[in-house]
Design a binder for this molecule. Sequence first.
Ligand code: AMP
Length: 395
Amino acid sequence: MQQILVLNSGSSSLKFQLFTMPEETVLCSGLIERIGSEDAKFKYKTNREKIRVVTPIPNHKVALEILAKQLLDPETGSIKSPEDIDVVAHRVVHGGKEFSETIEITKNVKDKIKALSPLAPLHNPANLEGINIAETIFKKAKQVAVFDTAFHQTIPEHVYKYALPNKFSDKIRLYGFHGTSHKYVSEKAIGLLGEKESKIITIHLGNGCSMSAIKNGVCIDHSLGFSPNAGLIMGTRSGDLDPTIIFYLAEKFNLNLKELNTLLQKESGMLGLTGHGDLREIEELAKEGDKACQLAIKMNTYRIKKYIGSYTAALNGLDAIVFTAGIGENSTIMRELICEDLDFLGIKLDIVKNNERLKTIRTISTPDSKIKVFVIPTNEELEIAKETYDLLVKE
Ligand code: AMP
């Protein structure tokens, strides 16, 4: 039995879950939000306790110290000593082409994660900081890195390459993201299909959105690219754009590189189209007749539909579609609009099942639908713990 603490360090947040593996028992889980602010929120949950504190947390070091203190609390904590943690498993967003598998962290691995920071400036530095601090708190534990990009390393060259002069293609290529989520839900879907061979499209719709085409468990195409801003329309990110628009914006609106980056990453997508980043609000307003919200939903679902068409062609067929993440798991209207008018492919949604508000794995297509439609709640932390445990068993 191994106690694995999974850490997901974002730029201003820290998500965590402590598992015993291989049992997959969750001892505690939680989230620290708004790190760097006076009123950061600390949420900690076990099967006995639910603790919520609002307190100043200036940086990630303090955040991890608060987490460690809570883990060790004699009354409400989950461990007796930092040495009870066998492994700290870190989600690392960008593994470049260097990392196609989960790996134990060494000085060399950290150097490479650092060298990849220009490709994921918001994420890799925060991930690295999480690793450095965890090493000082959980001194005896192994530190392991699980990469968001790893699952997409099977994408073939003619798909991952961009049509730029070859001298740039060493670094500039499609890497793909949300890999642990696509892997986790596609494995569940393969289990549900019960066939040896399978053609699946996984649709991860959260604040970030992406789709993968997966043939016999292997990823062959993916909608995010060189960065996590390609493909689908997201909460605040534009997704696919004609690159010429960027020059036009720079020239006509006098925007510098930093401003352009902020515009495309933080001010575009559903937020740019509607003034709202949270889909729940946008759906409410659309229902009340707000034209901008109605149009944004139409644009968003149309693009997903277009990707379903192209991935069905790439896969030369389709057995199942999987919806996952905040929007994919919860938004009945998005799922309905995405699956609408795809009957030529053999997709038939069961409207009653689609409208059920459940938190479990479920089939929402009709029994006679040629292509199955599944809703599969993602669990990136569990996937990270599983990959980490597999690495330890292999050693
Ligand atoms: P995630 O990044 O996976 O946590 O997903 C966050 C997104 O899920 C936000 O944009 C929310 O608007 C969306 N979301 C969560 N619950 C619902 C719901 N019941 N209906 C529509 N969207 C939802």
